[in-house]
Design a protein around this ligand. Structure first.
Ligand code: PLP
Ligand code: ZN
Length: 430
């Protein structure tokens, strides 16, 4: 089923590789270096990011039919909402490190649509993945590849969810994991997961951006396998958020996709998924991507405003810790995703994020603060006239409510164990 990767002949250009989609492997987005798909190397010596090229040559109706058939049962993909799309992910055969993951719901709630100002809104809840965030989708692919390539230790820097996810998949694979987290900046639910799943948690006196620099250095110098979204296989797995959403909509794309944006791996993955889906004839038109940043951590937004002519770095601060990132590593490829989809980048204040979270929580769905940036951004873009009130929109909720349990608006009401007290409270409610 899989085509074997063959080294391209002399004189073959990056461009030619793009036009020959059944040549699979990794290519450096900066210098054009090519590596076989099974390579243990995950970073290019030039500092550029490696990108996976698609493997199978299936396309159009046949590819769609293969994906749709698996909804009724898919032993080879273990029922995973990631591995269902395996022709577009990782070439090669072998055991999968899968929980399984994906298969997340699309929710429609009138109160949420009304608040945002659009009639046709669905929330894709990636908090329903096994460790409570979309990171599991990238992790199953990247850890599967790492194990196949003979990794002896896995590592990542994390604002929390990547470490929780890596810890779980490393435990399943039986490979040790080191996670680097910024001290006192990781939400308690996420830290608990990393510790309970048995990762070695290194609390660094630094912010996320410095943690990432340290772990990238450690992986090239000390032989750790890097599981941040610098790892191209993470991006491949995260493409399935979009692929699964399109499948849930009968391959009818929405007008817009809203995504919270921090290190920009997801923004890049969404763009790659959409462009490949169109090239493969899965869809005929591209939705527009809206990447939403927190105003206190919005370097990508500033670049967008400058027409992507300048790259910004900031010292990040926001209540949305999962997107508290000042120097996003996937900047270049995310900028490409925005350009290719005629997308936009917006920034929302912590106050707007918390207001959106209250609406999502109040509808009985719930999410962590960073996730609510997508809804806050939608409301802002509707008010600015950029998203039309009759446009169809999918907003991605990236993480589960319990990740950040201390971010609550309401507080418990203390009472004495007396019926009269209950009665007094009840009067206030009715
Ligand atoms: C990782 C994460 C993000 C940010 O995704 P990037 O790919 O870094 O832009 C947003 N929300 C949650 C809950 C996350 O865990
Ligand atoms: Zn390179």
């Amino acid at each position: 089923m899989w085509r074997k990767w063959t080294p391209p002949g002399p004189g073959s250009s990056h461009e030619r590789m793009r036009r020959a989609p059944d040549v699979s492997g990794l290519v450096c987005g900066t210098c054009g270096l090519r590596l076989p798909a099974g390579s243990p190397r995950l970073q290019c010596a030039c500092g550029g990011l490696l990108e996976a090229q698609p493997s199978s040559s299936l396309r159009g109706r046949r590819l769609r039919a293969a994906f749709d058939r698996r909804l009724a049962g898919d032993p080879a993909g273990q029922g995973s909402g990631v591995w269902r799309f395996r022709e577009l992910l990782l070439p090669g055969r072998g055991a999968l490190v899968s929980h399984p993951e994906g298969n997340t719901n699309l929710y429609r709630r009138d109160a949420v649509s009304r608040w945002a100002g659009v009639a046709d809104l669905a929330l894709k809840h990636e908090g329903e993945n096994p460790t409570g965030s979309f990171k599991d989708r990238g992790m199953t692919v990247a850890v599967t590849q790492a194990v196949r390539a003979g990794a002896t230790a896995l590592a990542c820097a994390s604002t929390g969810n990547t470490s929780a996810s890596l810890a779980a998949y490393a435990a399943q694979a039986g490979v040790p994991a080191l996670v680097f987290i910024p001290r006192a900046k990781v939400a308690p639910g996420k830290l608990a997961q990393a510790l309970c799943y048995g990762a070695h948690v290194l609390e660094v006196r630094a912010d996320f951006d410095e943690c990432l620099r340290l772990v990238r250095e450690a992986s090239s110098e000390l032989g750790l396998t890097l599981l941040n979204s610098v790892n191209p296989w993470r991006i491949e797995g995260q493409k399935t958020i979009v692929l699964e959403m399109l499948q849930q909509r009968g391959w009818e794309p929405p007008d817009w996709i809203m995504v919270p944006a921090g290190n920009l791996g997801n923004t890049a993955a969404f763009g790659k998924a959409l462009v490949e889906a169109r090239e493969r004839g899965l869809i005929s038109r591209l939705p527009r991507i809206a990447a939403i940043q927190a105003a206190g951590a919005a370097p990508f937004y500033h670049s967008f405003r400058a027409g992507f002519r300048r790259r910004f770095r900031v010292r990040a601060e926001t209540v949305a810790t999962a997107i508290r990132i000042g120097d996003p590593v996937s900047y270049e490829r995310a900028a490409r995703a925005i350009r290719q989809t005629r997308g936009v980048v917006a920034a929302v204040s912590d106050r707007e994020i918390l207001a959106a979270k209250a609406v999502i929580d109040g509808a009985g769905i719930g999410c962590e603060p960073a996730s609510a940036a997508s809804l806050a951004g939608l409301r802002q873009l509707v008010r600015r006239g950029i998203v039309g009130r009759r446009d169809s929109v999918v907003a991605v909720l990236t993480g589960h409510l319990l990740k950040d349990p201390h971010v609550t608006r309401a507080k418990p009401v203390p009472i004495a164990p007396r019926l009269a007290e209950v009665e007094r409270i009840l009067k206030g409610i009715r």
